[in-house]
Design a protein around this ligand. Sequence first.
Ligand SMILES: Cc1cc2nc3c(=O)[nH]c(=O)nc-3n(C[C@H](O)[C@H](O)[C@H](O)COP(=O)(O)OP(=O)(O)OC[C@H]3O[C@@H](n4cnc5c(N)ncnc54)[C@H](O)[C@@H]3O)c2cc1C
Length: 468
Amino acid sequence: MTDYAHDIVVVGSGPGGLKAAIQGAKAGKRVAVVERDRNPGGACVYRGTIPSKTLLEAAQTIIRLKHNAAVFDFNLREDLEVATLIQRLDKVTSSHNHSIRDQLNRNDIDLFHGRAKISGTNQVTVQHVDGGESILHAETIVLATGSRPRTPPDIPVDHENILDSDSLLSMLYLPRSLTVLGSGVIACEYASIFSLLGVKVYLIDRSERPLAFLDEEITDFFLQSFERYGGTLLGGESIQSVQWDGVSEVATTLASGKVIKTEKNLVALGRLANVESLQLDQVGVACGPRGHVLVNEDYQTSVPNIYAVGDLIGPPALASCSMEQGRRAICHALDMDPGHAFNLVPIGIYAVPEIASVGLSEQEAIQKYGKVCVGRARLDETARGLISGSEAGLLKLISDEHGKKILGVQIIGDNATDLIHVGEVALLNGNEVSFFQENILNFPTMSEAYRIAALQLLNQCHRVGALA
Ligand SMILES: Cc1cc2nc3c(=O)[nH]c(=O)nc-3n(C[C@H](O)[C@H](O)[C@H](O)COP(=O)(O)OP(=O)(O)OC[C@H]3O[C@@H](n4cnc5c(N)ncnc54)[C@H](O)[C@@H]3O)c2cc1C
């Protein structure tokens, strides 16, 4: 057993842990990161954000090629393997691995490979794969151990036929059919990607509609597209059993009596925080009823020098937020000014089509303010959309009833997850709808949709105002 002294020990090398470690090192502290996986980067790089986006990119490329089949004489191979689809994934993840290791080296951060547990308020014990142990001492500890897929006890996930979002990416062949259980972001992303690839997809959940937190018009748009690509939504259904027949099919039996048989089944029914291995009860770090570590607004746990960030502390459970939480936690620990706290989180859903949202949905705005104005622009009808042959898409600008204060932006369509940031900045700056009328945006661009939606909204408001 060897002892090491650091100022900061970070457990977990996903986006939350990594940004905490780098912030600490930039402030001149001696920092160690403990990671149980072979490579640093977390679920984000190897099982979550990066792989799913790489698969989406590959799927979209194939569709673009298919659209141009007449020009390029292109045909999709019959025996298409998932591995072929994500052939860039190895390259992408290995580039991430190199760049993360490079960042750790450049900042003199010590990387310990092993499973960490908290053995004292200032002490982390690392169990290495060879059975050895290291004891790391530090003034500040940051927990960033992330989350894993939740598997209900009555669903026999075998990672071959009945998969979760981690094992899905190890499928060798593109299945002919796939049942997706769940209606959250991960379920909808994978259901729509596989549907786009020609797989017969059934999306099953107990809620009537997927992505319940979204603007209803945007969800309708998503469902139309999903069904256009051959997907089927079975909403308002509860699952009775999921069984692999030992030969070729997984049968999903629903309480309504329906039985859906598909080649594979993906269980996407939420995620659980990785708390168990940390043995937090030893030092009295408190967890909430859903198993997340409880923190205050500075990311301090119930033990003040132990911080927690990322998926471990629960929603919004996004890589984007985890990074900023990691940075802010260290700023607090080192008594540095972290800047304004973020209170507006954009949502990006990398489904087909892409979805993004910031601020209020139309329904939320009506609930809060009574009357509202809404301007719409079809992304596929903008000059840029026509040039690039965009799939159908919609941008909604939601304002107060006077057509002034922007309350929210909702987008579905190509590049929605990038396009949303224009709306986010306008919301953060308190710009009025007229900002998009009075200022010049490049032409032709997808951003022009903001101007089109703003003009529509303003015309509508003035017309209503004039009539009133
Ligand atoms: C399919 C999928 C798609 C996603 N898409 C997006 C997206 O598009 N955009 C977005 O913002 N977010 C997305 N997310 C969410 C995002 O991946 C997570 O929010 C993010 O990875 C959380 O970062 P983290 O630092 O909290 O933990 P993680 O990235 O989960 O990293 C935690 C690390 O801690 C390590 N660890 C755990 N326990 C121990 C221990 N005891 N000792 C040592 N090491 C330990 C783990 O091995 C892991 O490497 C997606 C997630 C999934 C599953």
